[in-house]
Every structure is written in C-alpha cells, then in structure tokens.
Write a protein that binds this ligand. Structure first.
Ligand code: DQA
Length: 147
C-alpha cells in the first residue's frame, strides 16, 4: 500500500527556517527519511508539500480512498483550518499528526489543533524523527504487506 506524507506552509523552507526551532534537516531529508522507513516496512511513500490550504484539501481528497495511511504536518493551518480538518474526516485511512517542535511549549495559539481529535496519533517535539515515528505507528495500525 501507499502511505502519504503531507507537509503544509513554510515546511518547504526546512533547514533554513528558524533552525533553532526546526533543526537543520531539509524537507528533502524529511521525505527521504519517511521513504526509507516506509520501504523498510513494505510501503510505498508519496510526499506532497504546499503553501496553499486549498491545494492541501485537493490532495487529501485525491488520496481519500487509495491511501493506506497519512502523515500530516499542516504547519500553521493546524491551528486555523476547518477545511483541512473536514478533508481529513473523509479519509478512509488513519492519519498521524506531526509537529517537529513542541507546540505546547510555544505561543498559546499553537496549543490548539483542529486536527488532533480526529488523528490516530499526534507526535510533537520529536524533531524530524517524528515523521519516522509516524510511519512506524501507521505500520502498526495498517501493516505494510497486507493492503
Ligand atoms: C509546526 C508547528 C506550527 O505551529 C508551525 O506553524 C509550523 C510548524 C511544527 O512542525 O512544529 O509551521 O507544525
């Protein structure tokens, strides 16, 4: 089966964006980590990033019946987007919400997520390793070989 890794706004700048918060790894490094972890477990991994809310909604709709599991870091849209929440509610597969930083140790507006109560799991503050953990968690929920 195919896992999908979705990244939202500003995550294309990983590695150069506030490295004291988000670290030195690039989006390419993150996607490579997810692909490597997924293939070790028997999954194909497709990655998508957009700075546009509607483009993320379109992608979630596109994969809603075919994905076996979704890893999503919606960036700032996590804290604002009913539209992304509603799109995720139509996924047949479980999704895991990832945040590189510990959002709970940051500004109060980052403490609320529109996604968390619909997520199979939420991983925050583990750095980019959170994406690997999310892929491994999805493997526990939907074993790679089976679908
Ligand atoms: C983030 C946390 C969000 O609050 C922020 O807007 C991001 C990145 C994280 O991965 O820690 O863009 O999702």
């Amino acid at each position: 089966g195919t896992l999908h890794v979705l990244n939202g706004p500003n995550l294309n700048l990983l590695g150069e964006r506030e490295p004291h918060i988000y670290g030195a790894d690039t989006l390419g490094d993150v996607e490579e980590l997810a692909r490597r972890t997924g293939s070790e477990l028997g999954f194909d991994v497709e990655c998508f990033q957009s700075n546009h809310e509607g483009a993320l909604v379109d992608e979630i709709q596109r994969i809603r019946r075919t994905s076996v599991g979704v890893v999503i870091n919606a960036g700032a849209y996590t804290h604002t987007s009913v539209a992304i929440r509603d799109a995720l509610a139509n996924l047949e597969a479980p999704f895991v919400e990832v945040h590189i930083s510990n959002v709970h140790a940051r500004e109060p507006f980052r403490h609320r997520s529109y996604l968390s109560d619909k997520a199979a799991a939420v991983i925050v503050g583990c750095g980019v390793q959170g994406y690997e953990f999310a892929v491994r968690r999805l493997d526990a929920l939907v074993p790679g070989g089976e679908i």
